[in-house]
Design a protein around this ligand. Sequence first.
Ligand SMILES: Cc1ncc(COP(=O)(O)O)c(C=O)c1O
Length: 452
Amino acid sequence: MSGEHLPRRQRRRYREELCCTSKRHCKWIRQVVASEAETASANAFPFTISGRQRSRAQRESEFASVGAFGSNGSVFAKALIPEEDIEHLSVFRPAVEKMAPYVPGEQPRPGQRLIKLNTNENPYPPSPAVARRVREALKNGALRLYPPPRPQALIERAASVFGVPRDRVIAGNGCDELLGILFRATLGHGDTLAYPSPSYTLYDTLATIQEARVEHIPFSLGTDGMLAALARARAKLTILCNPNSPSGAFTPIEALDRLAGRLSPRLLAIDEAYVDFADENAVRLLKRHDNVVILRSLSKSFSLAGVRLGLCFASAPVIETLSKIKDSYNVSRLALAAGVGALEDMPWMRRNVMRVKRERERAVRVLTGFGFEVLPSWANFVFARIAGSDLSALAGALRRKGILVRHFNSPCLRDGLRISIGTRAEMNALYAALKGLKQYMRAVGDSQRRAK
Ligand SMILES: Cc1ncc(COP(=O)(O)O)c(C=O)c1O
């Protein structure tokens, strides 16, 4: 917006803003939003003119009646105002307003036929016990009634399946909600979160909301170097995603055992959203360390991404504190019923995990054959790189062929694609599409060779 049409004296940068201004500035007003009679208070608007600017404006009689409600015909309007006269009175906290939003993977619109290998869902359906339990819940008022604040049936089931005492379990509306609760409980303005990077970028978002500092410890330091750096960081909260996303790398549990000891009493959170696709997990550390917090998701191995259900295991005092923060009714009755059904049928989950792992092995072989460097993965996805390239165009080309994979546009990840493991048929479709893009692959390979 500029003021070219205005007299030279007033040639400044102008912005169209919602404000309270006077009819005397009608030539600048784009749209009257409400007259004074209809509007109770200027504070209803996020934008106005600061007191200092207002008095200056009044002195200069540019905005003589700004803020003078009720007597001289002020209106709430969209008007062209000199930028220097605008104080951005946001209704939001600066940290929130400035932060970039977390960008989730694409979810197809209803009816859109795409092969989804971009958000690590399970390609196989959940156990039939899930639908059975949900039907039962529907008969028992699941839609009409609030859910229990502490869902005993799910917690008991989870406690017995994972071998954790009941008072050390809390359920959440997905692992993401539990991460949010944990971050809110532990991090405040200026506190430090440390985590090995690159990893799940939601950690940055959640820390930023809390106005916490983030210390990214590079995975490239190697396991020992990375763990030593995490211990040295002495962060208020340390989190480690294991297996990690997007690399699929696994940090040995003995190493986490040592790290928990070094960090104590500071909390070490272990995000085990993908751990059922690995060979071991960190649950045994709960017996040895009161500062270990384990986060689980039922979205991946249990095929319940649409339900939103996660679990957190920690010491009883930590669980008690997290419970103070969560919404009373944070997990719906339908999700609780689905969770109980899923946890009742562990063989079903394990069978699906085995199928994913078999397909993962084949994916490593086939994608390597296409010229990708495929990192060893303990999760339900692989990260396939062509070092030094930018694979966003390849992700786009696959998208046009109806296949969604995940490309991250950050300097250390843009040369790779995170590919969720789908069914055999879905993976075959991916390989066929890549075959059709051979020329593209060859061009990327050539440019990479030239760069060497
Ligand atoms: C590392 C990691 N943690 C947590 C989550 C969130 O899991 P949920 O679907 O249970 O919220 C994801 C989801 O993709 C993830 O990748």
